[in-house]
Ligand binder design. Sequence first.
Ligand code: F6R
Length: 262
Amino acid sequence: MAEIIIVRDQDEAGELYAHCVADLIAVNPFAVLGLATGSTPLTAYQHLAWQIRDRGIDVSHVRGFALDEYAGLPVEHPESYRSVITRTVVEPLGLDPRHIHVPDGALETLPTAGEEYDRAIAAAGGIDVQILGIGTDGHIGFNEPGSSLASGTRVKTLTEQTRQDNARFFGGNLDQVPTHCITQGIGTILKARHVILLAFGENKAQAVADSIEGGISSFCPASALQLHPHATFIIDEAAAGSLKRADYYRWVYANKPEWQGI
Ligand code: F6R
């Protein structure tokens, strides 16, 4: 099963992620990072930026692939995921923007953009560490409930719930939130060598419990991670609130040999 780490707060989660990724880049300067947007990973990126600076790690060869992009939103829009990734990852970490890929949400090329993206990931050697948030409906990337567990990168229609959740990034105006997106598929995400899902807050508790302790079902896309050989959930107490076996996960982690890492 996935490793479940219940942490105090976002800082502790961010430190765990940052250690793991900084260690990876230190031994493999050509590491390929899977990148997520949204509010969940922000603290983790901040910690990674600090580690890179403090340890003097060379990131000039690091490659990155974002999970998703809104369809039809101009890339220069401040909420396009290209802009968000530039602002929250590329600049603070000092990555080379030429090595950072975001799915192309331009309407003219949408029909072929997904397959091209998956080919680009494969050509880069696959993703080493994929960071994920989770939607309140259990989505990963923008794979909404019902998404094929074998899906590749493709166009999806956002649910009303996801659009409402994301309206906060568009000044609270639901009409401004795009209706479609292009997202790495669940099958694409499962190919990453290590997947780290972060979740914070009570509003993620049900989705987290369904993912970890429910059956594997396209109706909870994150439950597909039960099929992944190296998946790590790093969640705070509030997000762990609906887990039946939380005490067991705490015990397992508390008794884990330090050399194992995450
Ligand atoms: C972001 C993404 C989404 C978010 C999810 C949670 O690239 O693909 O799956 O991770 O919607 O969003 P936040 O972190 O804003 O709660």
